[in-house]
Design a protein around this ligand. Sequence first.
Ligand SMILES: C[S@@+](CC[C@H](N)C(=O)[O-])C[C@H]1O[C@@H](n2cnc3c(N)ncnc32)[C@H](O)[C@@H]1O
Length: 367
Amino acid sequence: MAGQARAIADAWSPPGAPESWWLTAATFAAIAEEEPLLDLAAAIPADRLPPLLLAAAVRFLALGSELDRHYPRPGGVQPPRDPGFGAELAAFARPRRAELAEVCSGHRYQMNEVGRCADVLPVLAAIAAEAGRPLALVDLGTGAGLGLSPDRYRYTYTDPDGARRETGDPGAPVRIECTVRSGVPPVPPQVPVVAARVGVDVEPLDVADPHVLAWLAACVPPEVGAVTRFAAAAALARSEPVRKVRGDLLDVLPAVVASLPADALVCLVDTYVHVFLPPQDLRRFDALVDEIGRERDVEWVSVDPLVPLGPEARATVQGLDVPNAWVRENREGGVSGVIGRVSIRDGVRTGTVLGRAHLGAAWLEWL
Ligand SMILES: C[S@@+](CC[C@H](N)C(=O)[O-])C[C@H]1O[C@@H](n2cnc3c(N)ncnc32)[C@H](O)[C@@H]1O
């Protein structure tokens, strides 16, 4: 359990990460090191993502408490690093073991990171430029549907030389900032036209429900950028709801695709969903994409860590090759999301790995 918590701290906040990630790293370090937290995490079944679920439960109960002063507010600043945070977190958890266990057993860890639209946008832009027709977006494992509106956000990409490239609606309330560490992602002057959009999830989340919203907010890493863009995206999702279909993506996808306009290019997008599918379901999904591709052109954009999750990972969920260095870095704890594109045009399938990204979309590397 301690190893898992440390791996999460390293993945979110590796050496050299911006200072604003200190609280996220310190939370998972405390779960790895402090006795009451480690015990609580160890009691959670592995498939419920114990360290992540516990971190969310702590954040949920900390609202309004003395501990709350360490957490950033939307649009605010990141409270300064406090070396005593881990011990304070343990002292907070000790008398609240039962409450924390109850929150954990009554919730699932649910993360909907709108910043991942910065990973997907350059791929959609390239697809739209080639296709010359509007896109029909299907966000698989959509959660609250925050990934369904990439055309409603404002993006700033900061290139390795410090130049800033901006795109999207200048007046958008949701602002996504991403540092490009290498390569040149094709940031479009205008975001692609989305003619239709639908999300699919086994458990779609309605952010108009205050309890759902509060829990989802507790699952956001306590980093000021993440907290700010989540609040803005959730507010937009409340005022402009998008269509969401409840169901297992393997079951509902054919009907969802059949409901999309015939003249639009179907783009299936999955961010941090397929990595959690068992191998047989990944194979079924792959076959389903081929089946759809026999009927109409289709694109599958994926942003997922290498599989199987953990040190043995070496393949992408799309079965594409990645640079050896990525496999090595993943083994050493540097988990990131591989950005890949599978296209079926006129029945012919191609696949390309395009880059990789920070789990919370803080940075991007383009091949
Ligand atoms: C880690 S979250 C990612 C959410 C969102 N795509 C993002 O990147 O912020 C995974 C989501 O996939 C959903 N999910 C997992 N397996 C699924 C399946 N077989 N069919 C549909 N949704 C699934 C979960 O309910 C959850 O909302």
